[in-house]
Unconditional design. Structure first.
Ligand code: AMP
Ligand code: TRP
Length: 338
């Protein structure tokens, strides 16, 4: 029998900040799609606690947020056996490679980063060096695993571009050490907008009533939906330009139920916004309820979480170790064994 030659799977790496609450936007735009990738790609999801401390964190809160983020990931359908899910700080090679890459990154490049400019304006009392070199740590995250594809939102494009430049610069000096990563932009996945200002993206860093958290209880979801900003023409028609509020609710319903915009219009137009909003709330509740149930089980099961955590760190370390052996040799560090 002819043997099939298996192409190695492409590797995907993504980093997720462990702060705040993950939202319905994160679920529809990212998490839900992640679980569709797990068979086709070799995926790593790092909960980036090292990036998180570039702004002041309450230690107990940070610890909880890290575990909560990991539990939500698993509850949303990411299988920790098929994917590597781990905490960035538990794989010290991230810090090790970040230092080396710092020596291959120019001040001018980092000064141009718009996120640094925004964050230093927002945290004027704490413009620390970590905030400045944040993109270098991100490059280290990606390059450490010889990543092919990086799923990112548009706000992270500049950082990915810098990661590519650093990889190419390093490879230019030492030969092919790093895979040069590309962005990954999934076809599916609507952009979910704020419930109060539907021309802005729904974001976990905005006030509570503007977003739905993945862990929001049904009555909270219903209340937030009822208060969502719409308009006064009482028509359920998809028109993001003139009817951003209604169109956003339609996108949410469509993303969760699979109904087309036309079907949604046909079903709810002319019946008043109250009924329509209740239907959207129902679909959100139905989608989130099983996730919340699994979340409660997972977060109560310390032994299971411990296993995921140790296994993730171990598998990530093994991959990181391989890259670091190569890098250490190339830059001329003396070997452990002469
Ligand atoms: P962030 O929470 O901004 O760090 O984003 C984490 C991931 O969730 C990225 O892949 C984003 O593209 C996605 N995401 C965040 N907010 C939304 C949103 N409102 N609609 C769709 N996707 C989102
Ligand atoms: N900076 C990213 C954000 O704020 C998080 C992140 C850290 C990341 N390291 C990464 C994303 C590596 C992709 C790849 O969203």
């Amino acid at each position: 029998m002819e043997q099939q030659i298996q192409q190695p799977k492409k590797r995907i790496f993504s980093g997720i900040q462990p702060t705040g609450n993950l939202t319905l936007g994160n679920y529809i735009g990212a998490l839900r799609n992640f679980s569709l990738l797990q068979d086709e790609y070799d995926c790593l999801y790092s909960i980036v606690d090292m990036h998180a401390i570039t702004v002041r964190q309450n230690p107990a809160e940070l610890r909880k947020a890290c575990l909560r983020t990991m539990s939500i990931f698993i509850a949303s359908g990411l299988d920790p056996k098929k994917n590597i899910i781990y905490f960035q700080s538990q794989v010290p090679q991230h810090a090790e490679l970040a230092w080396i890459l710092n020596c291959f990154t120019y001040m001018g490049e980092l000064q141009r980063m718009t996120q640094f400019k925004d964050k230093s304006a927002k945290h004027a009392d704490n413009i620390n060096a970590g905030l400045f070199t944040y993109p270098v740590l991100m490059a280290a995250d990606i390059l450490l695993y010889q990543t092919d594809l990086v799923p990112i939102g548009s706000d992270q494009k500049q950082h990915l571009e810098l990661s590519r430049d650093i990889a190419e610069r390093f490879n230019g000096v030492y030969g092919d050490v790093f895979t040069v990563p590309d962005g990954y932009f999934p076809k599916v996945g609507a952009r979910v907008m704020s419930l109060q200002e539907p021309t802005r993206k729904m974001s976990k860093s905005d006030p509570e009533e503007t977003y739905i958290a993945i862990l929001d209880k049904p009555e909270v979801i219903r209340r937030k939906m009822r208060r969502a900003v719409t308009d006064c023409d009482n028509t359920v028609v998809f028109d993001p330009e003139n009817k951003p509020g209604v169109s956003n609710l339609m996108s949410i319903l469509s993303a969760l139920s699979g109904m087309s915009m036309e079907a949604i219009s046909a079903e709810y137009d002319g019946k008043g916004y109250g009924k329509f909003k209740d239907a959207v709330a129902d679909s959100v509740i139905a989608a989130l309820e099983p996730i919340q149930k699994r979340y409660d089980e997972i977060s109560a099961d310390k032994a299971y979480l411990q296993e995921v955590l140790s296994d993730g760190a171990e598998r990530a370390s093994a991959l990181a170790h391989r890259t670091m052996l190569k890098v250490r040799k190339k830059i001329g560090y003396a070997p452990f064994k002469l």
